[in-house]
Design a protein around this ligand. Sequence first.
Ligand code: ATP
Length: 215
Amino acid sequence: MDKIKIPKATAKRLPLYYRYLLILSEEGKSKVSSTELSEAVQVDSASIRRDFSYFGALGKRGYGYDVKNLLMFFKKILNQDTLTNVALVGVGNLGRALLNYNFKRSNNIRISCAFDINKEITGRILSGVPVYDMDDLKKQLSDQQISIAILTVPSSAAQHTTDEMVEAGIKGIMNFTPIRLSAPASVRVQNVDLATELQTLIYFLNSDKAKDNEF
Ligand code: ATP
């Protein structure tokens, strides 16, 4: 399939669409309207139509979208028909939780290897995933053709570990540390800062409460 250039906001919504379509398909539904889709994924229907227009005319007026076709289409775009192996670096509390999490169930992603410096963990298999020493990073990533890593080391080790991962050929990093990593432009970094997200939620709740009290 040709690579389609789509806006980042659209790309971010694709997994949402995909998940919902999967549910519809499992329920045996053959078509879905943009209004129905909109309510389910909480994206306004104008955006949905615009998003879908990037992929060509996929919907028919008055009929809605064909679930099977859409699903096949998104599956290809999202690479859901191939299993993607990713690495996890830093097997602490958060790292272990992610090792236990079954990404594969809905996303065809699996953590196939983990890395740590702690000799008490390395050489063992945790939640079915082998934990290697950081010295084996380059070899394992290249043997298993892995280009994506989840980073769950302590903040103090985040940048240094990133440099090691980049050197070992990693092209995408899911960064669970609060550190803003510096990496070459060719490497994509997605930041998932749980503490900041929670803080933001608390902030919004508090400001909602303050607004309520104004009235
Ligand atoms: P968290 O809940 O954040 O995982 P934790 O207290 O379980 O915290 P941390 O001190 O954050 O553990 O360390 C996470 C893991 O990262 C540990 O297993 C630690 O051995 C590992 N680690 C520390 N430094 C490095 C490094 N330079 N390279 C790889 N792994 C590291």
